[in-house]
Design a protein around this ligand. Structure first.
Ligand code: FMN
Length: 139
């Protein structure tokens, strides 16, 4: 499972106490799982479960495309309630229908590191390009 988001305490700067504070995740946190599932898919024979930052159908789809066998959601269900699963599933099915996918199996891992034309997009070697794109977006 990549990655379990462990409980993260906070420090109160007035009392210097370590405080328990539940902070739910955001979609942005799914990028760490997406990266490593995409890289590891070709090396791991066992199942890969994606956890952390799965809030929308888009989050789920990206992780499946990277190579996850299943995706898991905790924060999203705490925030929106268990009925949110229906919406998440609807978004996934709509996206698949629009692109004529019949099953998740057809798309799973199709954008993993082993299956993209330029594997560098998954690697650190790509840093220069990433930083450059950040600059261009703002100037
Ligand atoms: C209230 C709460 C309780 C959790 N309890 C556990 C637990 O007992 N064991 C565990 O391994 N992870 C636990 N987690 C971590 C979740 O399994 C998951 O890794 C984490 O919430 C990241 O996924 P998310 O972005 O969908 O929330 C808990 C998370 C929350 C928010």
């Amino acid at each position: 499972m990549l990655f379990n988001r462990l409980y993260q305490p906070d420090i109160d700067l007035d009392t210097l106490e370590v405080r328990p504070q539940l902070q739910l995740s955001t979609s942005a946190e799914s990028r760490l799982s997406l990266h490593w599932i995409g890289v590891l898919r070709e090396f791991v024979r066992g199942s890969l479960a994606a956890s952390s930052g799965v809030h929308t159908g888009a989050d789920a789809l990206k992780l499946l495309l990277a190579g996850a066998d299943v995706v898991m959601a905790t924060s999203a269900l705490l925030r929106h309630g268990p009925e949110h699963l229906r919406e998440l599933r609807r978004e996934v099915v709509t996206w698949m229908d629009e692109r004529d996918y019949d099953s998740v199996r057809q798309l799973r891992g199709s954008v993993s590191r082993a299956n993209v034309p330029d594997p560098d997009v998954y690697d650190r070697a790509n840093y220069f390009q990433v930083i450059h794109s950040w600059n261009s977006a703002r100037h």
